[in-house]
Design a binder for this molecule. Structure first.
Ligand SMILES: C[S@@+](CC[C@H](N)C(=O)[O-])C[C@H]1O[C@@H](n2cnc3c(N)ncnc32)[C@H](O)[C@@H]1O
Length: 274
């Protein structure tokens, strides 16, 4: 396996920023470097310069690069206890004040998190009163989210999570298996809007009752987490909620005093200051 220096990584991120406006400078260096090395080997580039040139000249290849660089691992009802708290505590709390509920999935990956939310809302009888926006930086993974087609093997794990979540039905009520693939019930996401959005350079575009940004900032360094968390805070209504991944934290960051902990184990925070 070849090794690459930090200066080479910097060269690459500079080219990408100049050409496409995406800024990977503050992604956690070790996993970013590991993925760049994998791309060099996978596409048989002789060195970083060759990769940088290809990225610069070929926007289609750049899409593939983004897809390879980002970690897209996800599951339906990932951390089932998180979804139980959403259903039993967080969402009922929001509904005390208004009937409509707006949700942003930031870093939605291939859409499993969105389907989990849609199923939860449907079983609560409020899917029709909800508006979901789902975004990701990776165009290819967004396409998979829009398609809503998953492998049967992945669905087995999703089904186990759903049972632990204590769902109302069997998960297979919400998909159909054809030729070894699971096709999700599209009516669940009829009103979901999937959009490409970069959390690093993208602007704040709306306010929501709930913002989920789970297992995304784990790939950013602390400075970048701090910047992105400021934008996420601006995207949550006062008394709305921000949910991050179970291994992430916002305790140390600049906007920590604007939130109170709604659930510590599940890393759900309530916005108390504008
Ligand atoms: C590990 S997945 C998390 C998926 C889902 N939220 C979950 O917890 O299962 C991380 C996602 O963040 C996306 N991502 C990485 N950098 C991003 C950025 N700057 N802006 C928006 N999304 C980003 C990746 O493309 C990937 O789909």
């Amino acid at each position: 396996m070849q090794d690459i220096h930090i200066v080479d990584i910097r060269k690459l991120t500079d080219v990408i920023r100049a050409k496409y406006g995406f800024d990977f400078t503050n992604y956690a260096i070790s996993s970013f470097k590991r993925r760049v090395i994998r791309i060099l080997e996978l596409y048989k580039f002789s060195n970083i310069d060759a990769l940088a040139q290809k990225i610069s000249n070929d926007p289609k290849f750049f899409e593939e690069f983004v897809s390879e660089i980002t970690v897209n691992v996800t599951e339906m009802f990932r951390d089932p206890s998180f979804w139980r708290i959403m259903r039993d505590n967080i969402i009922p709390n929001i509904l005390l004040n208004h009937k409509r509920i707006t949700i942003w999935h930031a870093g939605c990956s291939s859409g499993e998190e969105v389907y989990s939310m849609a199923i939860l809302l449907k079983e609560m009888g409020i899917l029709e009163n909800s508006k979901i926006i789902a975004t990701d930086i990776d165009e290819q993974i967004l396409e998979r989210a829009r398609n809503g087609v998953y492998t049967v093997k992945n669905m087995e794990l999703n089904e186990k999570n759903y049972v632990r979540y204590n769902g109302e039905n069997e998960l297979n009520k919400y998909f159909e298996v054809k030729n070894g693939l699971a096709y999700m019930d599209k009516s669940l996401v009829r009103d979901v809007s999937y959009r490409k959005h970069d959390l690093v350079n993208g602007a704040v575009f709306n306010k929501f009752d709930i913002v989920l940004c789970r297992n995304v900032m784990i790939y950013f360094n602390q400075n970048l987490q701090n910047d992105v968390l400021k934008k996420l805070h601006e995207s949550v209504f006062k008394y709305g909620y921000l949910a991050i991944g179970s291994k992430e934290s916002l305790i140390w960051c600049d906007i920590a005093n604007k939130f109170i902990v709604a659930n510590n184990d599940e890393k759900i925070y309530k916005n108390i200051k504008e």
